[in-house]
Design a protein around this ligand. Structure first.
Ligand code: NAD
Length: 237
């Protein structure tokens, strides 16, 4: 850390587990415990099946994100930004906790659960407004402008990532000399491939994750400690 001049960080669900938001593939992950939940994250099923949408709206309503607070891991990345070394935090998370903690250089490659998008006219509305409709008894609220299907403004399986956002993430991966991959199983492409982009451009890769990842062999160091402990300790160096 002390040698690095430009640091880019890729975060995944593991940085938010200590804020009470379960990951997908860790031992207590949402999909590890209930593989059926994966259907709710698949675009084709979501668009085709009203029952999947109804369950999705219920699970959004009850999502731990609405009460979650940033933890020491998120705050450590704010401190890193204050040093001037941070190129960007590229996050696969949709919870908005980096911004809540105070990070400003955040690239959300998988979108955000705080907004809703119409799948027909692409109008964006605040999630809070749509959840109020669900609370009021509409189990699958439709777009008030065009009647289209509404979905959280997150990237589902089978859905294209935003090209501009992906370009910005690749640029940040190429601009750093140290790339930290934090709390991600590094199994979702193209986000995980940013590790290759960074290493190919000459950066050193450090993986911080409780479980093995496919990128461990490429890393100069692999740290298995809990993120909310190791990240503040690492950034003090
Ligand atoms: P993942 O669930 O595939 O992997 C998370 C990894 O973090 C696991 O390998 C786990 O062992 C590790 N981990 C969990 N808690 C940890 C801790 N405290 N310390 C160290 N390691 C820890 O997550 P992913 O790679 O981000 O991919 C999942 C996809 O699901 C992403 O696209 C993301 O958008 C989405 N997701 C987001 C959230 C969120 O926004 N908080 C939560 C769940 C899933």
């Amino acid at each position: 850390m002390s040698e690095a001049e430009r640091v880019t960080v890729l975060t995944g669900a593991g940085i938010s587990t200590d804020s009470g938001i379960p990951d997908f593939r860790g031992p207590n992950g949402v999909w590890t415990r209930n593989p059926e939940a994966e259907r709710m994250a698949t675009l084709q099923d979501y668009l085709a099946d009203p029952e999947v949408r109804r369950r999705s709206w219920q699970s959004r309503k009850e999502h731990p994100v609405w009460t979650a607070e940033p933890n020491a891991g998120h705050r450590a990345l704010v401190d890193l930004e204050k040093t001037g070394k941070l190129v960007a935090v590229i996050t696969q998370n949709i919870d908005g906790l980096h911004q809540r903690a105070g990070s400003t250089k955040v690239i959300e490659v998988h979108g955000t659960v705080h907004w809703v998008m119409c799948m027909t006219c692409e109008t964006r509305t605040p999630m809070a407004d749509q959840l109020a409709r669900v609370e009021a008894g509409d189990p699958d609220p439709a777009c008030t402008l065009c009647g289209g299907i509404l979905k959280s403004a997150t990237i589902s399986f089978g859905q294209q990532l935003d090209n501009d956002v992906l370009d910005a993430a690749a640029q940040a991966a190429m601009e750093c000399d140290l790339f930290l991959a934090v709390g991600s199983s590094l199994t979702v492409r193209p986000a995980a491939g940013l590790c290759d982009v960074a290493v190919d451009a000459g950066a050193r890769l450090v993986v911080i994750n409780a479980e093995p990842t496919p990128y461990d062999d490429l890393a100069v160091a692999v740290l298995r400690d809990p993120i909310s402990e190791i990240l503040p300790a690492l950034l003090e160096v």
